[in-house]
Design a protein around this ligand. Sequence first.
Ligand SMILES: Cc1ncc(COP(=O)(O)O)c(C=O)c1O
Length: 313
Amino acid sequence: MNLPIPSPMASDTSAFAAGAAYVDGVYMPLSEARIPVTDWGYRRSDVVYDVVSVWDGSFFRIDDHLKRFRASMEFSRLVPAESDDDIRAILHKLVALAGLREAYVAMDCVRGRPAPGTQYHPKNARPYLIAYAIPFIWLMKPEIIERGAHMVIASTPRIPESSVNARAKNFHWADMTAALFEADEQGADNPILLDAAGNVTEGPGYNVFCITNGVVATPDRNVLGGITRLSVIELCAELGLPCEVRDVSVEELRDADEILVSSTAGGPIGVSRLDGRILNNDRPGPLTQKLRETYWEKRKQGWHGEPVDYTTV
Ligand SMILES: Cc1ncc(COP(=O)(O)O)c(C=O)c1O
């Protein structure tokens, strides 16, 4: 498809300083972006999404994010008008409009609303694309990342993937939201959720790794295929650390030497406490730090990077 012509506001870059958005074919300042209250994206969480980061003027693994976004859409039978090439061009333009060197760039495909007069069924809706670029968001405050996150195991289990496919990045966050409140009520920063059998899954916005006797392990079931998780797995290979992708029991997590989480919103982040147990003298562990430093060092060098085209505006 031909990309839509930017709205008149697009030439006034200052209006985009807080962020730039694209809603169903039209560019606008973030503050003007809306969806109708009747949209199933809102009323039914009938939406899939992805988030790619920009650091130092460069997208990270944008191909992987576009591929995952398309797979999430296909799984949910959401087909927007835009091709992957269109979406890539839109994301570049949004970052350029907002004038950001470090950005959090989201893309959503919402169901829309079944056309009036038709059966009230999602097949009768016209899905559409929403995207926006805003200043980079850290998963946790920098001082927490520095000292290591204080985590708890949530009593709320992760919704089973037999009910909601965790690999299709979705808005079914009731379990995550309950777990976030649990962590807060216990004075912790963030939760880790288990499945019904007591295996580790993930947390709100991140995958989980543990390290025992130099061996790294991360769960494979009931989790999103995180792009940062993939990056950590690649870094382990590069650093000569064995990394196993398999079930991880809660006992293994509790006894681990090191724990880390991985997210687009911050890369690999160390955990210094789990349910009050202190790990590594209350700091992120040494292998975690190595992974974290290598991740950011390589990103600075353009690893899996695609420079933002700032000439599009
Ligand atoms: C549930 C969940 N798991 C894992 C992740 C981490 O994925 P990524 O590394 O692609 O950001 C996210 C990211 O938002 C998430 O929402």
